[in-house]
Design a protein around this ligand. Structure first.
Ligand code: NAD
Length: 367
């Protein structure tokens, strides 16, 4: 008797955004189509407007219809938003508000940014081969607390002297929940968490350390160490392969994750996942809308393709399909295909569209 294979069906909200967003998104969707049949998955892609494109259509960066569409879906795949065209709009209507609004609406408090140096790209990294070889780290950044959201914040004036202030706050709960995500991620990797703080100066960091140590007791198989953020930023360029999972608060994570991006050769290679307590997780490349190269076919779609691979892993528990995409990316790079941002004079220079075709084809052929 023929065995009936069960097809798993998922709805994906596709918010391509502005600039190179739609260009890289088209390639990620292409690669997702390539895993459907092979891994018994079926995707329904529902497109929504966000960022500048939504400002043009609705006068706001995150219209209610887009939020509703995301709510109806199992995961959100986001491209990039922004561009000079909307630089003049007032703060609360800026395109970037779309992403902040989604984070807030879906309570996405943990941002995961893997930074992997593909062996074929070692010469694209500005760091010496012997230092950066075998780099494979994951930054888990707290996303909804700390300095960026703490109140009071503002400006005042007294006696003709202007003062500006921001507040850094963290509750035990905020630290605890993101720490669990970091330890769980470490259990699937090399079982090492480096918690990064500034506990020698900041009260929030002292609480951070205390809570992380408490959480660590539930993960006896994971080794925990603490590091001050200034030291960490130095270690990141002098000895980055020592890291497995870096767990840190919002502002430190913002800065350290951009530093990790540089190690891998191009920001066009870096995916990210934002997780929370509800099922609606969001996946996006870490780069912006790159208006300087939009429409030229020079955008690297790999960050967006790898974001789709993270979606398969974290939202759909389809580790086999996720791995197939990662292997296809590795193979495309090993075979010498390069978009202009990672082209160092050797290999085959390809367009955004061609890179997507190649990765989709290799994904279909993965064993
Ligand atoms: P950016 O990441 O868009 O570009 C920085 C540099 O990297 C540019 O030279 C660009 O050409 C290059 N680059 C970025 N992605 C690339 C890719 N996939 N392939 C090849 N090269 C790539 O950052 P920016 O220039 O500071 O910002 C441009 C716009 O994007 C701004 O409006 C900014 O606010 C917005 N932005 C949006 C997001 C987001 O949507 N999450 C994030 C960052 C910046």
């Amino acid at each position: 008797m023929l065995e009936r294979r069960k097809i798993r069906m998922y709805k994906i909200a596709v918010l391509a955004g502005d600039g190179i967003g739609p260009e890289v998104m088209a390639e990620a969707v292409k690669v997702l189509h390539a895993v459907e049949k092979k891994f018994d998955l079926e995707f329904d892609f529902l497109e929504g407007l966000a960022g500048g494109a939504a400002i043009d259509a609705y006068g706001m960066p995150l219209p209610e219809s887009t939020v509703k569409l995301c709510e109806e879906c199992d995961a959100v795949l986001f491209g990039a938003v922004g561009g000079p065209r909307w630089d003049g709009v007032e703060g609360r209507l800026r395109p970037e508000r779309a992403i902040l609004g989604l984070r807030k609406h879906f309570g996405l408090y943990a941002n995961l940014r893997p930074a992997v140096l593909f062996p074929a790209l070692i010469d694209a990294s500005p760091i010496k081969r012997e230092i950066v070889e075998k780099l494979d780290l994951l930054i888990v950044r707290e996303l909804t607390g700390g300095l960026y959201f703490g109140t009071p914040k503002g400006r005042d004036e007294s006696g003709g002297k202007v003062r500006a202030f921001d507040t850094m706050t963290y509750t035990e709960h905020e630290i605890e929940r993101v720490a669990h995500i970091a330890f769980k991620a470490a259990q699937k990797r090399k079982k090492r968490v480096t918690s990064v703080d500034k506990a020698n100066v900041l009260e929030t960091s002292r609480l951070w350390r205390e809570v992380v140590e408490k959480v660590a007791r539930a993960y006896a198989d994971v080794e925990l160490c603490h590091m001050y953020v200034d030291n960490c930023s130095m270690q990141m360029v002098t000895s980055p392969v020592q890291f497995d999972v870096i767990l840190t608060e919002n502002t430190f994570g913002d800065i350290l994750s951009d530093e990790s991006a540089v190690l891998t050769g191009s920001i066009g290679m870096l995916p990210s996942a934002s997780l929370g307590d509800k099922k609606h997780y969001l996946y996006e490349p870490t780069h912006g809308s790159a208006p300087d190269i939009a429409g030229t076919g020079r955008a690297n779609p790999i960050a967006c393709i790898l974001s789709a691979s993270l979606m398969l892993e974290y939202s759909f528990q389809a580790a086999d399909a996720s791995t197939a995409i990662k292997q296809a990316v590795t193979k495309a790079l090993d075979e010498g295909y390069r978009t202009s941002d990672i082209y160092t004079g050797t290999g085959k220079l390809v367009s955004t569209n061609e890179m997507g075709d190649i990765i989709a084809r290799l994904t279909e052929r993965c064993p």
